[in-house]
Design a protein around this ligand. Structure first.
Ligand code: DGL
Length: 282
């Protein structure tokens, strides 16, 4: 039993996102757990998930998770907020042999911990906002919380384009956020409920002002995963040197180029393995 869990501990951690934005989560995971091996899968052929129906997102998430589980992983991190919001219970039910964690609960926990007034604004994709997962997760942790949620789909395109600062980004941020924050009693916390939004942090800060706390789920997800692996005796032996395999379902060159905005590592197209978008036969 001990040997079995020792050998499982040396398996990689699977990280899945709809595309490139989940690299913000991977970055935090690698910082927290530098000895671990990671397999990162970005479903770039089918991005964005955030404007798709729950049924489609669930189908994509199951396919991606099946692919990673078949490669041999010790746990799965659903780095995509939209997939976490819409498909996490389904994934946990389907893959009971490994721990499966998402980013919504850790993000909600970070927001609740940071907010003093309990007024929290969540920005995310359309599907995440409509599904209400962040709103519910926050209320479960802090039932006195007042949550407002706003879909900001253009932020995903801006981040993908590498337009993270400047007047165009700030103008769009004003259009999305002014009515939430230009009130007499605004939220004190802005929760970035999408993988892509942390790279827009400076522009968001300029728009909402210095007094608002900006929170994302990357750090809290990394801490939550570390605790979970620890309690399951799945932390890799520290003699192992950490590494990451990058996989995408389309556009290896583009993945490598855009990754520079999200990751503290230079990648070339040759570093990204292309895999079939449909992964498994339906
Ligand atoms: N990864 C998605 C999320 O965190 C954003 C991009 C998409 O819509 O697929 O919600």
């Amino acid at each position: 039993m001990i040997n079995n869990s020792r050998s499982r501990a040396t398996l990689p951690i699977g990280v899945f996102d709809s595309g490139i934005g989940g690299l913000t989560v991977l970055r935090a995971l690698r910082t927290h757990m530098p000895n671990e091996q990671f397999i990162y899968l970005g479903d770039t052929a089918r991005l964005p998930y955030g404007s798709k129906s729950p049924k489609t997102i669930q189908q994509y998430a199951i396919q991606a998770a099946t692919f990673l589980v078949n490669r041999g992983i010790k746990c799965l991190v659903v780095a995509c907020n939209t997939a976490s919001a819409v498909a996490l219970p389904l994934l946990q039910q389907q893959f009971q042999s490994i721990p499966v964690i998402g980013v919504v609960k850790p993000g909600a926990a970070a927001g609740c911990e940071t907010s003093i007034t309990g007024k929290i604004a969540v920005i995310a994709t359309e599907s995440t906002v409509q599904g209400g997962a962040y709103q519910q997760a926050i209320k479960q942790i802090r039932n006195d919380a007042y949550v407002v949620a706003r879909a900001c789909p253009l932020f995903v395109a801006l981040a993908e384009e590498g337009w993270t600062t400047g007047p165009i980004v700030e103008e769009i941020a004003h259009r999305y956020l002014d009515d939430l924050f230009a009130t007499s009693d605004p939220p004190d916390t802005l929760l970035l409920g999408c993988t892509h939004f942390p790279v827009l942090r400076q522009s968001l800060r300029n728009v909402v002002g210095e007094s608002i706390h900006l929170v994302d789920s990357a750090q809290t997800t990394a801490s939550a995963l570390q605790k979970l692996l620890d309690s399951a005796q799945l932390i890799t032996p520290s003699v192992i040197v950490g590494s990451t395999v990058f996989m995408a379902t389309d556009g290896a060159e583009r993945f490598a180029r855009v990754a520079a905005h999200f990751l503290d590592q230079h990648l070339s197209g040759a570093d990204v393995e292309l895999v079939e978008p449909t992964f498994v036969k339906q």
